[in-house]
Structures are given as structure tokens and as C-alpha cells.
Design a protein around this ligand. Structure first.
Ligand code: NAI
Ligand code: UGA
Length: 429
């Protein structure tokens, strides 16, 4: 099937590569000329495990190409996916100007029937507006269908999630585009849910909000664990083994971040408000998340007392492991809070240092994670990278003024850390 994807970012690029991998003919479009030039030259604008190989393989096979021209992509394809940003506005609602602009541009160059699929995360009723816009701006007066096909991939596992999805959601206004959508997804062998446009859009916001709720729930439980000497990881395990609850998304920590959960929560609360419902449950999820960071910073200041002129080593800058993405990263937020208190920072991340430098220029960047502790008054774990479990703890202990670790991701065993001579503080244990 000939497919076009508009917006070659985390979602567009990984989706495009996976569609090509299963045999579709894919044209990825982006209006960022530098990004397209980089991709055409064989470079990669993002780090995502397995993606580079997939892109190179499918470009070489002639199934994947990059362009800055929407007209070229639309002309060549039957199905046009929209995967452009939907960032938050200051009041929490969604900036839909990228979607609207792309919808107009697609309409302007359509000369035959197209299926226009929204993959960006959008408020309920956006698909209806996209359809109206295309109708208004399509000079050629050709037929089209608008489909909502939300994306559920996680950064850091994007290729795996796309190749083996739990489900595919297809929201339609009529049955006409359903066979085409089924054909696109048939190679992925996943359950397909066909529903109406509004339900599909709600499924996406409701899913992300529920996952955020799960994290805030376990973070709230971590407070009770700390107050009673219980262990939040064991509580989470005991809860999660009930298959109705499930074990995932029960990792207590410094709170969730990233380019999606915070913005999607705000958006969902705003949409609910516009529809006449005060979604207080989700406001509480936001409040618990903000307080979790406050509590962690307080843990550091309670122990170190004055942070001014102290040196703190921070391991982790990405918003989670396996990615170089620092958008709305709790680790970056934590660094900013420590800098504000007057601390000096020695920081390291396996992949996110180039992107972090742009938003956190005040820190000293250390190439080797084992060199971070040198001269530090404390070490902080801010991102759940598996590799940090291999930190040379004995060497770190020797080169620090005092071996204190604040583990915001519960990577180490508290008893073992104490045995090794550390003052060790984690979350909910
Ligand atoms: N990042 C993620 O893990 C996930 C993101 N989403 C949603 O997918 C959407 C896209 O997110 P990301 O891929 O993270 O964003 P991104 O910022 O990484 O990529 C978006 C791309 O669209 C391009 N673009 C903007 N306007 C354009 C235009 N007029 N014409 C052509 N290209 C244009 C940008 O240059 C950029 O390369 C958002 O709605 C997001 O909420 C959904 C699931 C997962
Ligand atoms: O809509 C989106 O963009 C995506 O948002 C999330 O994916 P992502 O933001 O890539 O990352 P997650 O793995 O969900 O982690 C988000 C944040 O929650 C934190 N987290 C996650 C899980 C957990 O148990 N505890 C916890 O604190 C992570 O550290 C991270 O800061 C969802 O998991 C995806 O299904 C969705 O497609």
C-alpha cells in the first residue's frame, strides 16, 4: 500500500520505518529541511533502539523515502497519516494549529480519493474538524475519508511497540476506509478495534491519563510506605500480580514526565471542562506528580542541609531510559531545582547529553558515568537507565566527600547499599 506520513518526528519516523518493514511503500514528509536533509544523507535525528538499522534497510530497499513536499507525498499515496506535534497552550488546552495547517495543505493538493488518518494525539472532535477543513479547502472536490488512528508506542521501545502492538484503534465516520486500514495493519497481526471517530480520540486520552493515574497512585502509596517502613516495590508486586491490576506502571519514583503524559493530562482536563465536567480525579493525579518531585528535593535538602556550593552528581537526564528525549524530563526539572538552591552539578546520561546541553547549560557534563562521583557531596539517580545498576559503587564511594546516594528510581537494594557503607535514600522504601 502507498502511504504518506506528514511529520517525521518520534512517531512519524518510527511508524514510517515499521510500515516500510512490513512491505508498504512509505513517503515521510517534514517541513524541517535540515531534518529531511539529515535523513536523506543517512543520518538520524533521534535515538531509538533498532530504528537506525530499520530506516537504512528500508531506504536501501526503495520502500522508504524522505521529502519536504506534502504535495509529492499526497500525490504518491492513497493513505495520508498526520503525525505533527499537538503541543500544549499556556491554559493547558491543545495547540491544533499544526493539524489544521496540514489538513489545509493536504486538501489543497488532493486530486483523487484519499484516506486522511490522524495519528497525532488530539482532543475528541478534532477528526470532525479535520473533515470539515478538508471539505472546505479541497478545490478538486474529490472524495476522502478521515480516520482516527491513535498511536500507543512508548519512546525507547517504539520499534518493538509498533511491530507488536497490543491493539490497533481505528475510528471512522463511515465503513468505507475500514478495508484499507485493515490491509495496512494486517501484517502486524494485532487485534483491531473499529469504532467511531470520537471514541477513538477518547481512547487515546483516556489511556494516557489512566497510565499517569496508575503512576500517581503508586507514588501516593510510596508516601505511606515511607511512613511505615514498608517497601513500595513489594507492595506494587503484590498488587500487580492480580491480573486485573497488572504489574506495569507501578514503579514509584520522582514522578512522570516526557512530551506526552503531562500535556495529555492537561488537555484531557481542559476538554472535560469544555464538555461541562470537572475532572478532579485527574487534577489530583497532576498534584501528586508535582508533590512527588517536591518531596524528593526535600529529601535531598533535609540530608545535605545547605546546597549552596555543594557538588551533586546526577545520573540520568532523559525523561526515561532508552531515549535521548529530554522534553519535560523530571531529571532536568530536578537538576534545575538543585541549581536554584546553589548546588554545582556533575551530570551524565548515556544518550541524552547532546540534547540536555541545550536546556541545561549550567551543568558540567561527564562522559563516563563512573567519573561523575569525583568530589561530589552526593549522588542522585534521576533516570531509570539499566546501565546505572552497573555503576562502580566502590570507586564512587572512595572519590566522594561522603557516600550519600538519593535514588529517585529505586535501582539499588537498600540493604546492600547500607552494607557497602552508603547513606542511601530511595522512594517508598
Ligand atoms: N513521542 C511519543 O512517544 C508519542 C507521541 N504521540 C503524539 O504524536 C504526535 C507527534 O509527536 P512526536 O512525534 O513526538 O513529535 P515530534 O516533535 O518528534 O515530531 C513532529 C514532526 O512534525 C514536523 N512538522 C511540524 N509541522 C509540520 C508541517 N506543517 N508539515 C510537515 N511536518 C511538520 C516537525 O518538524 C517534527 O519533525 C503528537 O500529537 C504526540 O502527542 C503519540 C504517541 C507517542
Ligand atoms: O502518547 C504517548 O506519547 C505515549 O506516552 C507514554 O509513553 P512515553 O511517554 O514514551 O513513556 P512512558 O514509558 O509511558 O513513561 C512516561 C513517564 O512515566 C514515568 N514512569 C513510567 C512508568 C512507571 O511505572 N513509573 C514512572 O514513573 C517514566 O519514567 C516517564 O517519565 C505511553 O506509555 C505510551 O503508550 C503513549 O503512546
Amino acid at each position: 500500500m502507498k502511504l504518506c506520513i506528514i511529520g517525521t518526528g518520534y512517531v512519524g519516523l518510527t511508524t514510517g520505518a515499521c510500515f516500510a518493514e512490513v512491505g508498504h511503500d512509505v513517503t515521510c514528509v517534514d517541513n524541517d529541511e535540515a531534518k529531511v536533509a539529515l535523513l536523506q544523507a543517512g543520518g538520524m535525528p533521534i535515538y531509538e533502539p533498532g530504528l537506525e538499522e530499520l530506516v537504512h534497510k528500508n531506504v536501501a530497499a526503495g520502500r522508504l523515502r524522505f521529502t519536504t513536499s506534502i504535495a509529492e507525498g499526497v500525490e504518491r499515496s492513497l493513505v495520508v497519516f498526520i503525525a505533527v506535534p499537538t503541543p500544549p497552550l499556556p491554559d493547558g488546552s491543545v495547540d491544533l494549529s499544526y493539524i489544521e495547517k496540514v489538513a489545509r495543505e493536504i486538501a489543497g493538493c488532493m486530486t483523487s480519493y484519499k484516506v486522511v488518518v490522524d495519528k497525532s494525539t488530539v482532543p475528541v472532535r478534532t477528526g470532525e474538524k479535520v473533515a470539515e477543513t478538508i471539505r472546505r479547502y479541497c478545490r478538486a472536490r474529490v472524495d476522502f475519508d478521515v480516520v482516527s488512528n491513535p498511536e500507543f508506542l512508548r519512546e525507547g521501545y517504539a520499534v518493538e511497540d509498533l511491530m507488536h502492538p497490543d491493539r490497533i484503534v481505528i475510528g471512522v465516520q463511515s465503513p468505507r476506509p475500514v478495508p484499507v486500514m485493515r490491509e495496512i495493519y494486517e501484517p502486524f497481526r494485532a487485534p483491531i478495534i473499529v469504532t467511531d471517530l470520537n471514541s477513538a480520540e477518547l481512547i487515546k486520552h483516556a489511556s494516557n491519563s489512566f497510565l499517569a493515574l496508575k503512576i500517581s497512585y503508586i507514588n501516593a502509596i510510596s508516601i505511606l510506605c515511607e511512613a511505615t517502613g514498608a517497601n513500595v516495590q513489594e507492595v506494587a508486586l503484590g498488587m500487580g500480580m492480580d491480573h486485573r491490576i497488572g504489574r506495569e506502571f507501578l514503579q514509584a519514583g520522582i514522578g512522570f514526565g516526557g512530551s506526552c503524559f503531562p500535556k495529555d493530562l492537561s488537555a484531557f482536563i481542559k476538554i472535560a471542562e469544555q464538555l461541562g465536567y470537572d475532572f478532579r480525579l485527574l487534577k489530583e493525579v497532576q498534584r501528586i506528580n508535582a508533590e512527588q518531585m517536591d518531596r524528593f528535593v526535600k529529601k535531598i535538602t533535609d540530608t545535605l542541609w545547605v546546597l549552596k556550593d555543594k557538588t551533586i552528581g546526577v545520573l540520568g537526564l532523559a525523561f526515561k531510559q532508552n531515549t535521548d528525549d529530554v522534553r519535560m524530563s523530571p531529571a532536568i526539572e530536578l537538576c534545575r531545582r538543585l541549581l536554584k538552591e546553589g548546588a554545582r552539578l556533575r551530570v551524565h546520561d548515556p544518550k541524552a547529553m547532546p540534547k540536555a546541553r541545550a536546556v541545561l547549560p549550567e551543568a558540567t557534563y561527564i562522559e563516563d558515568m563512573n567519573d561523575v562521583a569525583e568530589g561530589c557531596d552526593a549522588l542522585v539517580i534521576a533516570t531509570e537507565w539499566e546501565i546505572f545498576k552497573k555503576l562502580d559503587l566502590e570507586r564512587a564511594r572512595r572519590v566522594m566527600t561522603h557516600p550519600i546516594m538519593f535514588d529517585g528510581r529505586n535501582l539499588f537494594d537498600p540493604r546492600e547499599m547500607e552494607r557497602l557503607g552508603w547513606i542511601y535514600k530511595s522512594v517508598g522504601r
